[in-house]
Write a protein that binds this ligand. Structure first.
Ligand SMILES: [Zn+2]
Length: 363
């Protein structure tokens, strides 16, 4: 039985959702782009006292830079640059930052693939990024060995399908890594499970899922941590982003609902959140808080309910029936629970079968 870890991402010392954080995810462009940023990150980590620190490379910031048409460069002889109009990042910036901050895990630099649904365009986008991703993975590995050999190294996976995963994996032969890190923005529930089965089949035992706290994804990670891997983690900034927009995360199904002065709230709806912040409060109380107080309140509540859901789902992931019961009791949409549980049952019984057979059954 492996571990399931929820990494708190987007933390700053001024905005802690909780006094102590078990696991914190930082990233190179935001948290290590200058001496003052590194000093602040150190202060934040000293205050949070996390058991695990993961450092993401900056692929996401590169992805956003590309979408916003910023000037992008990969010059290792220039400093790391990240501002409103420009981003410059190279493997050496990532591994030098890891050597200074010494996280438990560092993710290699990647150039993320865009969210595209048309298969021929996906192939083009995959090929466009493949060269960067291969060269950077190899370079990051070489630098990590030299600069921070004790830090665990996760390889980022930027693929739309299993053929691309197999191609990428065969081409990084020789690179020694501890696990894979994967964004799931291009995948549905079955797609995520299929990729995770393939990871398991090729011998991966540690996996990080990037940037999500949807209950279905947490359920998958919980099940996968208990039955397939030694370590599964995920991270999200949703606790913070939702709070910023007065969005309250429903403690049961983790869907967000806006609670702000302009929203009409039925005063008869009882407050059924068990978190320490909501105790003795009403939705009207939250709605009428001054904005700064409401944002701080929601950050704390949102983080607490994601952590609680993570623990609950993990505890109930001993088998699919118990996980299903837990998801239904939490009011997760019935069809979604059916799909998820069917896919997990198939994954469990067929995990050592040819992946193409499983793919065929997943439809
Ligand atoms: Zn609450």
């Amino acid at each position: 039985m492996g571990r399931l870890v929820n990494f708190c991402a987007g933390v700053q010392i001024q905005i802690f959702p909780s006094r102590h954080l078990n696991a914190v995810l930082i990233n190179v462009p935001d948290d290590a782009c200058s001496e003052s940023a590194i000093k602040n990150t150190r202060r934040m980590l000293n205050a949070a006292r996390p058991i695990a620190v993961m450092m993401d490379s900056g692929g996401f910031q590169l992805h956003m830079g590309e979408l916003l048409e910023k000037k992008i460069s990969f010059d290792e002889n220039k400093p790391l640059i990240r501002n409103e109009t420009e981003i410059n990042i190279a493997p050496v910036h990532v591994m030098e930052a890891a050597a200074i901050i010494r996280p438990d895990i560092v993710v290699g630099l990647d150039f993320p693939i865009k969210k595209i649904s048309e298969p021929s365009e996906q192939r083009l986008e995959f090929m466009r990024k493949l060269g960067f991703n291969l060269v950077w993975t190899k370079k990051c590995f070489e630098l990590k060995k030299k600069l921070c050999p004790d830090v665990k190294f996760f390889v980022p996976i930027q693929c739309y399908d299993l053929d691309q995963l197999d191609l990428f994996n065969s081409m990084i032969a020789g690179v020694e890594y501890d696990g894979f890190s994967m964004p799931v923005r291009n995948l549905n529930v079955k797609g995520i499970i299929l990729f995770m089965i393939r990871f398991y089949q090729i011998g991966i035992r540690q996996v990080h899922i990037l940037g999500t706290s949807k209950i279905r994804v947490i359920a998958i990670t919980a099940y996968m941590a208990r039955h397939f891997f030694d370590w599964v983690s995920f991270d999200a900034t949703t606790w913070r982003k939702f709070a910023q927009y007065s969005e309250y995360i429903n403690p049961h199904n983790l869907l967000n609902e806006r609670i702000a002065p302009d929203v009409k709230i039925d005063a008869s709806i009882p407050m059924d959140c068990e978190c320490p912040f909501c105790q003795g409060k009403t939705f009207t109380f939250i709605k009428n808080l001054p904005q700064t107080d409401r944002t701080a309140f929601l950050r704390a509540h949102n983080w607490w309910v994601i952590e609680k859901a993570t623990r609950d789902l993990y505890q109930n992931a001993s088998n699919v029936i118990s996980l299903e019961r837990c998801l239904r009791a939490r009011g997760v949409e019935s069809r979604a629970v059916d799909d998820l549980c069917e896919a997990l049952s198939l994954a469990d019984s067929l995990k050592d079968t040819d992946i193409r057979v499983i793919q065929g059954l997943f439809g």
